[in-house]
Design a protein around this ligand. Structure first.
Ligand SMILES: [Fe+2]
Ligand SMILES: [Fe+2]
Length: 262
């Protein structure tokens, strides 16, 4: 269980609150999308490669742990208005992701209602627990995980060429995840300004122990991870080139500096 964050110093809280307000303004102006109207549901392809549907189902499973993600983040960041309000909005956006993925599996006839109910039951059997015991590590984890998830969706989108509905929804989800990543990246930058060695220690821990959440907690997790690799959607090499190096670059941290911090 991650300890509740101490109240942040007023300067940091003010800067984070500004970041959140900016995030919300842009989301309202540019990024809102409708589950019903913005996805061409009539163009689902029922003969798409079933391997793609299996990976969609794995990503749906990850998104179904939403109650655990929100509950944990809210508990840790309760003393910060910036983060509490951010997570309220974040939860709304993430809730649409599982709906979109689940609706596609049903409409493309890749899964039945019974199979979907069974997946949900299996997911709910486990709680997701935060992989780090420190609030700043959790932020760094979110920064890394959102970028990795966005990359996963973009790479899966390349396999969805024959299905305009899936391609469109993965594009929408990818943009959301990229924007979530940018928020967390900016937040981590503020923590770096505030306490560089302490923040870098947490960034090091996260980058060197990263795994996509929740997939491994499913009974058939290893098979699902294998299927994601087989489609070229995500693996260790893609993590290194598409997440690890870009995160360090965006934070202005060299690999020797990170190593020293660890
Ligand atoms: Fe998501
Ligand atoms: Fe996200």
């Amino acid at each position: 269980m991650t300890a509740r964050s101490q109240p942040l110093c007023p300067e940091l809280e003010t800067a984070l609150y500004r970041l959140y307000r900016d995030f919300l303004d842009r989301a309202e102006r540019k990024r809102r999308w409708s589950l019903r109207d913005d996805i061409p549901w009539g163009r689902c392809n029922r003969s798409l490669d079933p391997a793609v549907a299996d990976v969609v189902e794995s990503f749906l499973a990850v998104e179904l742990y939403l109650p655990d993600y929100v509950q944990s983040a809210m508990a840790v960041w309760r003393p910060s208005r910036a983060f509490s309000w951010f997570y309220a909005n974040w939860g709304y956006e993430e809730s649409k992701h599982s709906l979109a993925l689940g609706d596609w599996l049903l409409r493309a006839k890749m899964r039945t209602e019974e199979q979907m109910a069974d997946l949900e039951r299996r997911v709910l059997r486990h709680d997701w627990n935060m992989p780090h015991d420190d609030p700043v590590a959790m932020l760094a984890y979110a920064m890394v995980q959102e970028l990795a998830t966005g990359l996963n969706y973009r790479n899966l989108q390349r396999c969805a060429g024959g299905d305009p509905a899936l391609a469109k929804l993965l594009g929408l989800l990818g943009v959301d995840e990229q924007t979530h990543h940018s928020f967390f990246l900016r937040a981590v930058r503020l923590f770096l300004e505030h306490d560089r060695p302490g923040t870098l220690r947490q960034v090091h821990r996260v980058l060197h122990n990263f795994a996509m959440p929740a997939i491994y907690e499913l009974a058939d997790g290893p098979r699902r991870v294998q299927a994601i690799k087989a489609l070229g959607v995500f693996d260790d090499r893609l993590f290194f080139t598409g997440v690890y190096l870009p995160v360090l670059h965006a934070l202005g941290v060299s690999r020797p500096e990170l190593r020293r911090a660890g």
